[in-house]
Design a protein around this ligand. Structure first.
Ligand code: AHR
Length: 481
C-alpha cells in the first residue's frame, strides 16, 4: 500500500527546500583553467565586452572602416570570434556621423540596452562627438536601435572613448576629451550619469598626460577608459601615446567609499601597467570581464602582431582583439603582466632567467612530487589554475595532478622544497603576486614567506625549483606565457 498523497507532498517540499539551502551555501564557483586562442577577434579594436545576466557576452568594437556600430554575442569568450554580427547603426553618406565611428561601449541600464560611441563628419573625421543609441528588446541582436542622439559632456571639442560603470549604486560616465587649457590630444573626465543618456553636474578631470610614456608620437594622450570595480576599489585602465607599438595601458586607482567626482580621489600609477612585449605590439583600449566561471577576471584589449602599422596607425586595420587572465597584486591592485603571444594557448608560469616553465615533472602524481623547470609546451603538466581566494591570495592548481603548488612541510628554510600536494587551503598553498615591474611578477608563499625560485640559477630542463627569501632577482621573476 503506497504512502498517502499528503506525505508525498511534504516530502517534495522538504526536498525542494533542501536543494535551495544547499545551493545557498554552495561554495562560490571555482576558478577555471584559462586557455585562449589569441587573437580572439580579428580586426576589432577598442573592444567592449559586457557579460549579461542572460549568460551571453555582448561585444562591440571599432571596425576597420569605422563606418558601422557593430554588435555580436556569444556564450563563451572564444565564441565571440566567430559569432554573427548585426549593425546597430551604419554611417550615412553625409552629415555629422558620416566620417568615423569610434570605440563604442555597450551597457544594460534600467531594462534597456545602450551603446555609446563617438562619430565625426566625413568632412572632418577627427571632429569626434559622443552619441548614444537604445534598444528595448531583451535580445539587442533583434529589434532596431534608436537613431543616434548627442551625448552632451558640457562643452564642444574632440571627445571619444565613452565608458560607464556603477559604484555603490551610482552610475558614472568616463570619457576622453580635448581640453581648451592645453595642447594635449585628450584629458580624461568623469561625471555622474543622469539616467542613461546624459550627465548631471559638470565633468571632472581625473587625468591628463603628465609623463613621457603618455606623449610618445603625440602631444599627449590619455584615452580609452576601462573601468573595473572590485574589492572596494575603483580602477580605470587607460590608453596612452600613439596607437602604434607605443600604445600602452596606464592605471588610475580610487576607492568606492570616496567622492569619485573629486580629482584628488584618483591616483595615477607612475609606470605603464601593460605594454608591447612577446611579439604583441601596442596593447590597449579594451575592457574587463569575467571568464565563463563568472569568477576569473579577464583583460580584453587590442594589439597588432607587428611593430609598424601601414599606412598609418588608424587606417591599418590589424588591431585584433585579444584576451588573457587578469591577476591581482599583494596590495590589492590589478596585475596585468605581459601580453601573451598568439603562439601560447595554454600559458605556463614562465621564468625570466630560465625562459622555461614550472612543470609537474614527469607527470608525477605522487603527493609531494617536486615541481621542476621544463621547456614551455602548454601541456597539462604546465597548466595552472590561478584561483584568487578571499580577495588576497592565489591557490595554484596543476591540471595534470589536480593538486596544488605547495611549500612542502610549510618550511621557512631557504631553498625549501616546492611541489604538489592535495589542495587543502593551508598557508603552504597560498601564494601572492608581487609586481616586480615590466610585467614580471614574483610568487610569494605565505607559509614560508619566501618566493618561488629557480634554485641555483640552474636553467636546464629538470632543474629543481625551491623557495628562497624574496629578492626580485631574475631567478624569482615569472610571467604567464
Ligand atoms: O580606434 C579609434 C580611436 O583610436 C579610439 O577611439 C581611440 O581610443 C584610439 O586611439
Amino acid at each position: 500500500m503506497g504512502l498517502p498523497a499528503r506525505f508525498h507532498r511534504k516530502l517534495t517540499v522538504v526536498l525542494a527546500m533542501t536543494v535551495v539551502l544547499l545551493a545557498a551555501f554552495a561554495p562560490p564557483a571555482s576558478a577555471q583553467f584559462i586557455s585562449v586562442r589569441n587573437p580572439v577577434i580579428s580586426q576589432r579594436a577598442d573592444t567592449a565586452v559586457y557579460k549579461h545576466t542572460d549568460g551571453y557576452y555582448y561585444m562591440t568594437a571599432s571596425v576597420p572602416d569605422y563606418k558601422r556600430l557593430e554588435l555580436r554575442r556569444a556564450t563563451t569568450l572564444q565564441g565571440l570570434g566567430s559569432a554573427p554580427t548585426v549593425n546597430a547603426f551604419v554611417a550615412p553618406s553625409s552629415g555629422a556621423l558620416s566620417g568615423w565611428i569610434w570605440a563604442p561601449d555597450i551597457q544594460y541600464i534600467d531594462g534597456a540596452w545602450y551603446m555609446y560611441f563617438s562619430a565625426s563628419p566625413g568632412t572632418a573625421r577627427f571632429d569626434q562627438r559622443l552619441y548614444w543609441v537604445r534598444n528595448t528588446c531583451a535580445n539587442p541582436m533583434s529589434c532596431s536601435w534608436s537613431a543616434p542622439q548627442r551625448f552632451n559632456t558640457g562643452w564642444e571639442s574632440f571627445q571619444l572613448d565613452p565608458a560607464s560603470f556603477v559604484s555603490r549604486g551610482v552610475r558614472y560616465f568616463v570619457w576622453a576629451q580635448d581640453s581648451p587649457s592645453t595642447n594635449f590630444n585628450s584629458h580624461m573626465y568623469i561625471a555622474r550619469m543622469n539616467g542613461a543618456t546624459g550627465i548631471t553636474g559638470t565633468a571632472v578631470e581625473i587625468a591628463r598626460p603628465t609623463v613621457n610614456w603618455e606623449k610618445e608620437g603625440v602631444a599627449g594622450v590619455v584615452e580609452g577608459p576601462s573601468p573595473l570595480v572590485k574589492n572596494g576599489r575603483v580602477y580605470i585602465a587607460y590608453s596612452a601615446s600613439a596607437t602604434d607599438s607605443r600604445y600602452k595601458l596606464g592605471l588610475l586607482s580610487s576607492w568606492d567609499n570616496v567622492d569619485l567626482l573629486n580629482t584628488a580621489s584618483w591616483y595615477k600609477h607612475p609606470n605603464p601597467v601593460f605594454q608591447t612585449a612577446n611579439g604583441v605590439y601596442g596593447p590597449g583600449h579594451g575592457s574587463f570581464t569575467v571568464a565563463e566561471d563568472n569568477t576569473t577576471d579577464m583583460l580584453v584589449y587590442h594589439a597588432r602582431d607587428y611593430a609598424t602599422p601601414t599606412p598609418d596607425a588608424l587606417t591599418d586595420p590589424n588591431r585584433h582583439t585579444r584576451m588573457q587572465q587578469l591577476l591581482w597584486r599583494e596590495n590589492g591592485d590589478p596585475f596585468f603582466g605581459q601580453p601573451i603571444p598568439s603562439t601560447v594557448v595554454n600559458p605556463g608560469i614562465r621564468g625570466q632567467h630560465s625562459n622555461r616553465c614550472v612543470d609537474n615533472y614527469n607527470r608525477d602524481t605522487t603527493p609531494g612530487a617536486l615541481v621542476r623547470l621544463y621547456d614551455c609546451n602548454g601541456g597539462t603538466a604546465q597548466q595552472w589554475e590561478l584561483n584568487y581566494k578571499a580577495g588576497s591570495y592565489y591557490e595554484i592548481r596543476n591540471r595534470n595532478t589536480g593538486t596544488c603548488l605547495d611549500d612542502l612541510n610549510a618550511s621557512t628554510a631557504a631553498n625549501a622544497d616546492v611541489g604538489l600536494h592535495a589542495c587543502n587551503g593551508s598557508t603552504a598553498q597560498q601564494w601572492t603576486v608581487q609586481d616586480r615591474g615590466n610585467g614580471w611578477m614574483s610568487l610569494r608563499n605565505i607559509a614560508g614567506n619566501m618566493c618561488l625560485d629557480n634554485y641555483e640559477w640552474n636553467a636546464a630542463n629538470g632543474a629543481r625549483l625551491s623557495l628562497y627569501p624574496c629578492n626580485g632577482t631574475a631567478a624569482q621573476l615569472w610571467r604567464l606565457g
